[in-house]
Design a binder for this molecule. Structure first.
Ligand SMILES: [Cu+2]
Length: 150
């Protein structure tokens, strides 16, 4: 009987330790994401853009290195330039939000580009994305909205 409860205590400690490790590894404290939206893809399009505002309330830069999400086959970080009035997007390695700053990601600036849908996006639905950053994982729930909102 005594052995059994010690065993249980040990198990509980192990579980607590694991929980704490997972928490530390996955939570980027002081980071908030506001108004995350994914644009409804245009007819037959295999890619679409998104927008959101990232608030870095921490004392160090937030560096987004990768974004994942089960609804997409590939997710890229993009930046936008204008060449003789034409909008051009190009892939970037990372997007940085300076300490104590906010950054709006939009199709006209840096943004998260979503490519290849594992199943069609429905207008109004909520889709999860995970930002992989130097401060840990940041979970984002984005709403699928009509393109015209842009
Ligand atoms: Cu793009």
């Amino acid at each position: 009987m005594t052995n059994f409860s010690w065993c249980r205590m040990g198990l509980i400690f192990v579980l607590m330790a694991v929980t704490r490790m997972v928490f530390a590894a996955t939570s980027a404290e002081n980071i908030e994401v506001g108004k995350a939206e994914i644009f409804m893809p245009q007819r037959n399009a295999s890619a679409t853009g998104s927008k959101m505002t990232i608030y870095n309330r921490s004392d160090k830069p937030l560096i987004i290195r990768e974004v994942t999400g089960q609804r997409f086959k590939q997710i890229m970080l993009h930046a936008t330039t204008y060449k003789s009035g034409q909008r051009e997007m190009y892939p970037v390695e990372q997007i940085t939000v300076a300490a104590h700053q906010k950054l709006a990601l939009t199709p006209n600036t840096s943004h998260i580009m979503l490519m290849g849908f594992t199943r069609p996006l429905q207008r109004g639905e909520f889709v999860s994305l995970i930002l992989h950053t130097n401060q840990g994982l940041v979970r984002v729930i984005a709403r699928v909205v009509p393109m015209s909102v842009r």
